[in-house]
Design a protein around this ligand. Structure first.
Ligand code: MRU
Length: 377
């Protein structure tokens, strides 16, 4: 059975609570945009495509409820204003991933067009929004499957060297939990596995939030893929190891600038530097919704900074307490009073990236070392 992070049907939205994974598999319902905003801000749902889709569906659920309870304004313009304000609020939850603002901009256009139609009603505008939000959920999975195939094909052609199968290192969580399903970088690993071409997958722990050890490891175990967890500080030793034989590092992205500079989970940049030193291919897997041609280069990307407590503490069940009714506890791991810097993302320069895997194909640099991402649109 495939893992489903987002469940949605007819205005009923539920997400798997990623704060409790992998210890507890519990879905929480999201009824409106306020609950959606908090779920994103608190990281109950995370991952660039997933937060965009949950934001859109949270507002779709709210509009569904207002419509069925006759609480929606009959006036098309009123509903357009309502939706626009809610979308701006949702976008304020997390700044770095462009998917959220990209989805909001597309949905604003949908409601504006619907409100302009002759004899438009509030209900019709809400209906147009709901339909567009639901379509985003479906399209994301289709795009991820293509990303998976394109990335797997590229690795098999360009990165194997003398190996018959691919060994891939990934960072953070880019799988079913970070998207509508299947995943981007993890989708590439899934696709390699589906054709018998995966030798081994390595995932980093991804401190401070442990998306790798909690979420990617959970997905790899769920799918019974051959995989090993390492701490972030072991990556250099892994790449140096002939026995491990890593062929490629594949990561996701929160925002790819027009020149290919890529914001992704903190630690990605370090992995790209290591890949260059060790002659290992470094690939970014991202749907077109993550490519932001309006942002010219990485220095224009706003990097979210998060709470110090994510660095100074760690959360999990007490040892041995992993059955029914598991209780999660937070343990402090740092000296009290120490200053903390906690950027959630870093920017990997395009110069360190060998290819950007999209649903339309893998983009490589030209002979002058320049990506032409605008040609994808
Ligand atoms: O802070 P997070 O967990 O939302 O960060 C997630 C990442 O950095 C992912 O690599 C990225 O969003 C791509 S998910 C397909």
């Amino acid at each position: 059975m495939t893992l489903q992070a987002i469940k949605y049907s007819n205005g009923d939205l539920a997400i798997i609570d990623q704060l409790q994974l992998p210890h507890v598999e519990r879905y929480v319902k999201i009824h409106n945009s306020e609950e959606g905003w908090h779920a994103i801000k608190d990281m109950r749902v995370r991952g660039a495509p997933a937060i965009a889709i949950v934001a859109a569906l949270a507002l779709a659920s709210e509009l569904h409820h207002l419509t069925t309870h006759n609480q929606l304004s009959p006036n098309a313009e009123d509903v357009q204003v309502f939706v626009t304000e809610k979308l701006r609020y949702l976008v304020s939850s997390r700044p770095t991933a462009v998917n959220l603002s990209d989805a909001a901009r597309k949905l604003e256009t949908v409601v504006a067009e619907s409100a302009r139609a002759p004899s438009a009603t509030g209900k019709a505008v809400a209906g147009a929004f709901i339909q567009a939000a639901e379509e985003m959920l479906v399209k994301d999975v289709e795009d991820n499957k293509r990303i998976g195939e394109n990335g797997a094909g590229w690795i098999l052609t360009n990165a194997l060297g003398k190996h018959a199968k691919a060994t891939v290192l990934t960072h953070c969580n880019t799988g079913s939990l970070a998207t509508s399903g299947y995943g981007t970088a993890l989708g590439v690993i899934r696709s390699l596995a589906s054709t018998g071409s995966l030798q081994h997958a390595y995932c980093t722990e991804t401190r401070p939030y442990n998306q790798g050890s909690r979420l990617t490891a959970f997905e790899l175990v769920h799918d019974s893929l051959p995989a090993t967890l390492i701490t972030d500080s072991m990556a250099a030793a892994l790449l140096a190891s002939r026995r491990a034989g890593v062929n490629a590092i594949v990561v996701g992205a929160d925002r790819v600038a027009a020149n290919g500079d890529t914001a992704n989970k903190i630690g990605t940049y370090g992995l790209a530097v290591l890949a260059k030193y060790h002659g290992v291919k470094f690939l970014v897997a991202a749907p077109l919704t993550t490519i932001d041609v309006k942002t010219k280069s990485g220095d224009q990307i706003v990097i979210e900074e998060r709470l110090a407590s994510e660095v100074t503490s760690i959360r999990g069940p007490r040892e041995g307490n992993d059955g029914e009714g598991v209780e999660l506890v937070t343990v402090c791991t740092a000296a009290k009073g120490i200053n903390v810097w906690n950027p959630a993302f870093d920017v990997t320069p395009a110069a360190l990236i060998d290819g950007i895997i999209t649903e339309k194909g893998v983009v490589e640099k030209d002979s002058d070392g320049v990506f032409h991402l605008e040609e994808l649109f």
